[in-house]
Ligand binder design. Structure first.
Ligand code: GDP
Ligand code: MN
Length: 398
């Protein structure tokens, strides 16, 4: 689950990290009043930032400065409703504009291969790290947190020096350690600060000082660990979730969209992977990974079918059910129900074995589903059906 910048910043603040203040505005009027408060508080400008779950907002025109309440209204009006890479902006973050001296990159990521937390830092902040990694990989400093001791001071200091943060050593060490504690506190997969920035602040008496702060924040939480953190689920932004992800989550299905043409409906993650392998071996490309789980009832099967058919690339479906606690006849009923509601006709090959397969067979026969006795046969039939459909669609001779 990805968090909006403002929510990610709240978690950072809760972990004691330095983040400039902000307010979230859902309308032009709210953006105006937030601006009035920040200007009254001494800021000479505000920054207004689109809150969408996508990077590169700055380049897309979703991050702008405003020097007066009128200008803030105008800027917020332009950003609210803006489309950024397919996401509609419904709210903005408003905060005092930072006077940036230099931008850095610092992130903590889950390193699955090392089974630990990896910190990545770079003096090339503000740009996307993938670009830095491609153009100047040596500009990225890497460091693993100790699995038991966390990020140790000496290691964090070395990293800060290597990133060119020697002048802000204390703050840099505290922030690096804070990212690791944030990862652990919320079971995050990623905590990314880009830019981590040295900003110049001017006091009322005109004296200036520099400070290291988290100017942007991106946090991705491990969905499987959400149950351990009551309250974090509330931060899920339903507007931002892809419709198919939402339907899958609500129906209790594990669904991952892929690029192929053959929709796969399977029970069990292992069997789903095997089914995808066999589709590929038979010369086809799976359109998705879909695990309907154990004991799926007819409604769940129907929801799974809707998800598969929502993908316009799908031109054949392979249903592979190994009945353990899942009952074959329940699945067959679900398929019949799903087909009755279906908005488009797609060839389907069904293989059901195990619990209540004998009860499923006559139902499938009566409903005239194409069936297969073995998984190899089912995969071959589905691939052949998909190839026929592709050929018909492109006008080629099958
Ligand atoms: P992203 O493009 O979605 O990653 O959004 P960011 O929050 O990282 O903002 C993009 C860029 O806008 C930053 O790298 C900064 O250069 C600039 N920016 C963001 N906030 C401020 C600010 O308060 N003041 C100034 N001057 N620039 C800012
Ligand atoms: Mn950024």
């Amino acid at each position: 689950m990805k968090l909006q910048e403002a929510d990610a910043k709240s978690l950072l603040v809760a972990q004691g990290l330095p983040v400039p203040p902000w307010e979230v505005a859902h309308s032009v009027a709210e953006a105006r009043s937030a601006t009035e408060r920040f200007l009254a508080g001494g800021a000479d400008k505000v920054v207004i930032k689109a809150q969408v779950l996508i990077g590169g907002r700055g380049k897309a025109g979703g991050v702008k400065l405003a020097g007066s309440p009128d200008e803030a209204e105008q800027v917020a009006g332009a950003i609210l409703g803006m489309d950024i890479k397919g996401m509609t902006v419904r709210k903005v973050l408003v905060g005092p504009a930072a006077d940036i001296v230099k931008e850095f990159y610092l992130a903590a990521v889950l390193d699955r291969a090392e089974r630990g937390i990896l910190l990545m830092g770079s003096a090339e902040g503000g740009v996307e790290i993938e670009q830095v990694a491609a153009a100047t990989p040596e500009a990225i400093v890497r460091l693993h947190a100790h699995p038991l001791l966390g990020l140790q001071d000496f290691a964090a200091r070395e990293m800060a020096f290597a990133m060119g943060l020697g002048a802000h050593l204390k703050a840099a060490v505290a922030i690096a350690k804070g990212l690791v504690t944030t990862m652990r506190a919320y079971d995050a997969d990623l905590v990314e600060i880009n830019p981590l920035a040295i900003i110049r602040e001017t006091a009322a008496d005109g004296a200036t000082q520099e400070r290291l702060v988290c100017l942007d924040a991106k946090i991705t939480l491990d969905d499987s660990a959400l149950a351990r953190h009551p309250g974090l689920e509330d931060l899920r932004d339903p507007d931002e979730e892809a419709p198919e992800d939402k339907e899958a989550r609500e129906a209790g299905l594990t669904f991952i969209k892929l690029d192929g043409t053959i929709g796969c409906m399977v029970n069990g993650a292992g069997l789903a992977m095997t089914t995808m392998d066999l589709v590929k071996r038979a010369g086809g490309e799976p359109a998705n990974f879909l695990d309907i789980g154990g004991g799926a009832r007819a409604e769940k099967v129907a929801a799974a079918m809707r998800l598969i058919l929502a993908d316009p690339k799908v031109n054949a479906i392979l249903v592979n059910i190994f009945g353990g606690i899942t009952r074959g006849d329940e699945v067959a009923r679900g398929l019949i129900e799903a087909r009755a509601q279906q908005t488009r006709e797609v060839p389907m090959v069904v293989r059901i074995v195990g619990t209540n397969a004998a009860e499923a067979a006559p139902l499938l026969l009566e409903a005239r589903f194409e069936t297969a006795a073995s998984l190899d046969e089912a995969a071959a039939k589905a691939v052949a059906a998909s190839k026929r459909a592709t050929a018909e669609a492109t006008g080629a001779i099958a």
